[in-house]
Design a protein around this ligand. Sequence first.
Ligand SMILES: C[S@@+](CC[C@H](N)C(=O)[O-])C[C@H]1O[C@@H](n2cnc3c(N)ncnc32)[C@H](O)[C@@H]1O
Length: 439
Amino acid sequence: MTDGINIRELVLEILLAVTKEEEYSHIALSSVLEKHQYLTKQERSFITRVSEGTLENMIELDYIIDQFSNTKVKKMKPVIRCILRMGVYQLKYMDSVPASAACNEAVKLAERKGFRNLKGFVNGVLRNISRNLEKIEYPDEKKYPYEAISVRTSVPVWMLKQWSKDYGLNKAKTIAESFQTKKGTAIRINLTKTTKEALMESLSKQGIQAEPVVLKEYPDFDYAMYLTGYDYLAGIPEFVQGDFTVQDVSSMLVTHVAAPKAGDYVIDVCSAPGGKSLHAAELMQGEGMVEARDLTGYKVDLIKENISRCGMKNICAKQMDACILDEASIKKADLVIADLPCSGLGVLRKKPDIRYRMTEEKEKSLAALQRQILSVVCEYVKDGGTLLYSTCTIDRMENEENTAWFLANHPEFTLLLERQIFPDAGEGDGFYMAKFIRK
Ligand SMILES: C[S@@+](CC[C@H](N)C(=O)[O-])C[C@H]1O[C@@H](n2cnc3c(N)ncnc32)[C@H](O)[C@@H]1O
C-alpha cells in the first residue's frame, strides 16, 4: 500500500478493463503503471506479475474455481469473478504470497468494491481451493487431449484444433506450451545513433542487463538484444532519446528480410506504431523516404511520437486507408511493406488477452481483409520492386493460403521467400513473412 492506493485494487482495475471493457492487456497495464508512477519497483512488479499471470492462466483458474464454487465463473459478477481469479493465481503460482494474505486481501477487496454480502462467498471459495490445491483433478490428456491441453496452457480449444489441423496435435501442444515461457524485452538498436557496445555499456551502468541476439541463419542481423532488470522503459534515458526501440525479434526479421536500401522509396501500408517503418528508415541510413501509413489519426499520432523519439528524418506518417487505392502511389515504391491486421495468435506470450478476444469468425474476416488489402497495395510496387507480406499469426488460413491465393490472382508477382516462424522454435514471436518481386 502506498498513499492509500491498494495494489490489488489496481490489478482488479486492469483485469476488469481487459475482460469487461475489452481493452488490450499491455495498454491497460501500462496506463495503470504510468498513472501511479510513485509506486515502488516491488509494487510495480507485483501488479505486473499478478495481472499478466491471471490473464495468461485464466482458463485454468476458471476451471479450478468451477470445481469449488456452486455458482459457475460465467454466472458471477465481473468484479467477484476477477477477484477470485487473481486470488487463485496467487495461491497457485506465487509462493511469496502467504495463502492467508491472498484470501484476506481478496475478501477486503470484495468489501471495498461494494460486495459486503459476498465476503463469505469469496472467503469460502478461496480457502477451500487453498486447502485442496494439490488434489485438483485435471482432464485426462489421453481421453480429452484438447480439453486437457487447454486447461493446462489456457489456450482455447478452438485454437488448439486449428493448429492441430494445420500442424498436428503434438505441434499444437508445444506451440501452446511455448506461450507459458518468459523472455526478456527484445530491443532493436538504432545504429544510426549509437553502437551495440556503447549502448550495452551505458545500460550496464544503470544495472540493466543486455544480451545480444545471435541468429545463425542471418549473420548480418546484429542489432537486437534482450533487456532484463529494468523498472520501466520511460525511465531509461537511452530509450527516451531513441537509441533503441522495443520490438520483437521476429518482427525485426520482417524488415531485415525485406532489405530496403539507402535511397529507396518505401510504403508501409499498415504501420502503427511504426516498428517496421522505423527499422526500414534506419537500414536506409537516413537516405530515401519511408511513408508510414495507418487508418486512424490516433494510430498516426503514435507513429509520429516514435518518429520524433528516434529522430529519423527520412520517414513521414500519413493517415490512409489501405483498402482504398491511392492512384498517386501506383508503381512508385521500391518496397511495399504489408504487415497486415491479423488474428495475432503468434504473440499470445506478450498479449495473453488475444486468446479470449479472437474467434474463428473474426479470423475468417481478417483473412478476407488481408486479401483485399494485398490486392490494392501490390499496385504500388514498381517493376522489379518488392512486396513484403507479414502477419504475427501462425494459422495457414491467414498465411500460406493467402500467399497461394495472391500468386494465383497476381501472376505479375513471383514468390522469392516464404517463412513461418513458430513461437516454440525461433527467438521471438510467431510470425509469417512472404517476399514477392514484381516481374
Ligand atoms: C500488425 S499492426 C502493424 C504493426 C506495424 N507494422 C509495426 O511493426 O509496428 C496492423 C496495423 O494495421 C492498421 N490497419 C488496420 N486496418 C487498416 C486499413 N484499412 N488501412 C490502414 N491501416 C490499417 C491497424 O491500425 C494496425 O496499426
